[in-house]
Design a protein around this ligand. Sequence first.
Ligand code: ADP
Length: 367
Amino acid sequence: MAYLTLKDINKIYPNGYHAVHNFNLEIDKGEFIVFVGPSGCGKSTTLRMIAGLEDISNGEFLINGSRANELGPREREVAMVFQSYALYPQMTVFDNIAFGLTLQGVDEEVIEEKVKKTAAILGLTDYLDRLPRALSGGQRQRVAIGRAIIRKVGVFLMDEPLSNLDAKQRVTMRSEIAQIHRETGATTIYVTHDQTEAMTLADRIVVMKDGYVQQIGTPYELYHNPVNVFVAGFIGEPPMNFIRGTVKGGKISFGANTLDLTHKLGNKMRDYEGKEIVFGFRPEAIELGKRDNAYVVSADVELTEMLGDNTNVYITTQEEKAILKVDPHDTPEIDSAIVFSIPYADVYLFDGETEQVIGKVLEKTTK
Ligand code: ADP
């Protein structure tokens, strides 16, 4: 049985705004789930409904198979870490971490033991006597996490916990959060708008847009088998390239290129004659030059960005623009004309109207 179940969960705010539509998800004990999507898509609202901080307008939330809609936050045994870590400035790190237990009247010796254990997990042992103002942003966020994990709770909820940190601290804290999850094994639901955080932390990702779940899957599944243009463009950095075109004689044309779509979809392509289609390929899924079993495209180089381990090449075909990721040794000249190949297996075709993926495009499936 799933540990947490969200069944057709909806949120309609008192002003009538329908922020979350029919959200369905089953979460196993110990799973690390990430809700990801652009700002305003309903991630926090869903998290707050799970936390008991926001009423569920419609649908059912179950903990261990029992209805929990009416339970208050404390009864749900969840701990939440917010974006602003809101530590008590006049209290030491020790007292901040201990605060919840102190309120509950837990024995002092027990508190001391638990604080020390928590501080050890978080690398805060040497900072227990400090005040929050004498800590870095990353350390403060660790104290906030400590305050949450010290309580024995079933579920750990995190709402954009890294967004107040600088880029370097975010990377460090990200791996620390993964480590804490491995050590505590706590079921975790984590909200972020950052696809890299989602990809690196999650067992499973829930991609949301405009209050609707778009796709739920492992990072591998979302990257390799996106169900629609939105997920394909959201997961991956730089994002997937999309070329829109109207199908004529089973082909789409742009610039000097005419690509025969029957290579991908055979006779199914007939259904798309005269219709708009989206041709997608990832910047990293190309090879320079002409290859077999691949779409060969010619384009002009507008700009190159040397990133050390690879180069981003911005190309144009007059009508379309795209980014290619190439080996730095193969960096083409700006303004030069190039030819590159996209293996058939790495091309995604989407319906131009519904933006849903067409057919089973990928030969590769799961790991
Ligand atoms: P996210 O976490 O994905 O950025 P939120 O869940 O915070 O998104 O918000 C989802 C949508 O609900 C947004 O359009 C937001 O403006 C709206 N919203 C959030 N809180 C309220 C509220 N109390 N009343 C009305 N609308 C709200």
